[in-house]
Design a protein around this ligand. Sequence first.
Ligand SMILES: Cc1cc2nc3c(=O)[nH]c(=O)nc-3n(C[C@H](O)[C@H](O)[C@H](O)COP(=O)(O)OP(=O)(O)OC[C@H]3O[C@@H](n4cnc5c(N)ncnc54)[C@H](O)[C@@H]3O)c2cc1C
Length: 422
Amino acid sequence: MSTFPEDDALAGEFAVPDDVQPVVDRVIAFIEEEVLPYEEAHADHVGGPLDYLDDDGLMKPETRAMQAEIRKRSADEGLYALHLPEEVGGGGLTNREHFYVQEAVFRYGTGHGSSVARAMMAWTEGPSPALLHLDEDQREEWLRPLVEGRETACIGITEPGAGSDVTAVSTTAERDGDGWVLNGDKRYITNGPFADTAQILATVEGAEGPPHETMGMFLVDTDNPGYEVGQPNLNIMMDGITSDVHLRDCRVDGDQLVGEVGDGLPLALSWVNWRRAGRAGMCAGMGRYLLDRMLTYAKDRETFGEPIGTNQAVQWPIVETATEIHAVREFGTALLGAYDAEANLHDLHQPTTARRKLSMLKYYPEDRLFDWADRAIQVLGGYGLMRAGGVERVFRVARNLRIPAGTTEIQKRTIAKTLGLE
Ligand SMILES: Cc1cc2nc3c(=O)[nH]c(=O)nc-3n(C[C@H](O)[C@H](O)[C@H](O)COP(=O)(O)OP(=O)(O)OC[C@H]3O[C@@H](n4cnc5c(N)ncnc54)[C@H](O)[C@@H]3O)c2cc1C
């Protein structure tokens, strides 16, 4: 149904199941009809390579306002929170079905200016399945504004001294009458500077036992004077939305604890699992974007009087990428389908086999995407390294992906453990 890209030789092969096609069509139509014209009309804030950043390297208010507008329009269309159950205003898609939505968003929404198109789909800033553990009143206050795209969130797990080892978190939560007082330092917090709500993992003072029994997840209104945005974490993606966050005698009410004391670590992992489950569709989508660019360039660009695509040396990286995209699509949808059959992302107890699947779903597609992006740069030559070429940004994103939400090594460590290798 889409009018772009024009030359889509593999469209029939990269099929979408009939039951998911209607929602994928709506997503593509939204990008074509709402996002791209909107970006074009406001090109000043997304058009240039770094037009979306201010002097501190943070995203400009104008660009954030554009993201907010797209988020809101998408939520109004019922497209923003397709991953959540219908009972909380979500779209009720399974993880396997959501794969195809992610693929469409990242194929058609990548490379057009900043991340305005990506704002149409709940991401780190959106409503996580972990928040399904809120009771009715809490859901109304904290979850509904996220589902409706009116507000955004961030998650504070990582600290200067706690990354892969989440149990090393040293932020504390101390009882204070009916409420809690949080103190600590968080690092690399995506959307930390701009979120309305922060989900903070902390160790509860006085609680005894191993970390999975002593941690809590707390919701913090970022207007709270105890929530301080620290230095921007300028990174390889130049996303402009990542920073340190400090909690300084940050008092929250008793009902700002999600679930119970002891749920903190599994809730944090539930959030992380949501990100892991999304990686296959995301990588397939960006892979198809790269394949589109490679095919077009190889047919257009001439050297020695011939299109570069007539050379085997240029054909092979394209052929390998097309083949491996099939592999990631089949792998991703099969594993997500099997995951859906045995667990839910918000389950606080994930069966061993489910954890293994999520770790496989994270590291393998990311590994492939990194190679695809590297090949795309090579096929596009000097243009591939230019911002204007539209593929170097994917390379930087692909390199980043292998670290957050659990590094490649940590995924392999988890898989090894589930195979009895410890
Ligand atoms: C752009 C970006 C955005 C992020 N957003 C967020 C966010 O929104 N919220 C949040 O809480 N966190 C966020 N993070 C943090 C991210 O989750 C951590 O960076 C990640 O978990 C790794 O932790 P670390 O950087 O401390 O690395 P470390 O844990 O110090 O690891 C360093 C290296 O050692 C390896 N390693 C460590 N332990 C082992 C082991 N046992 N076996 C084998 N290898 C090991 C790692 O794989 C890695 O290669 C973000 C990070 C980035 C880069």
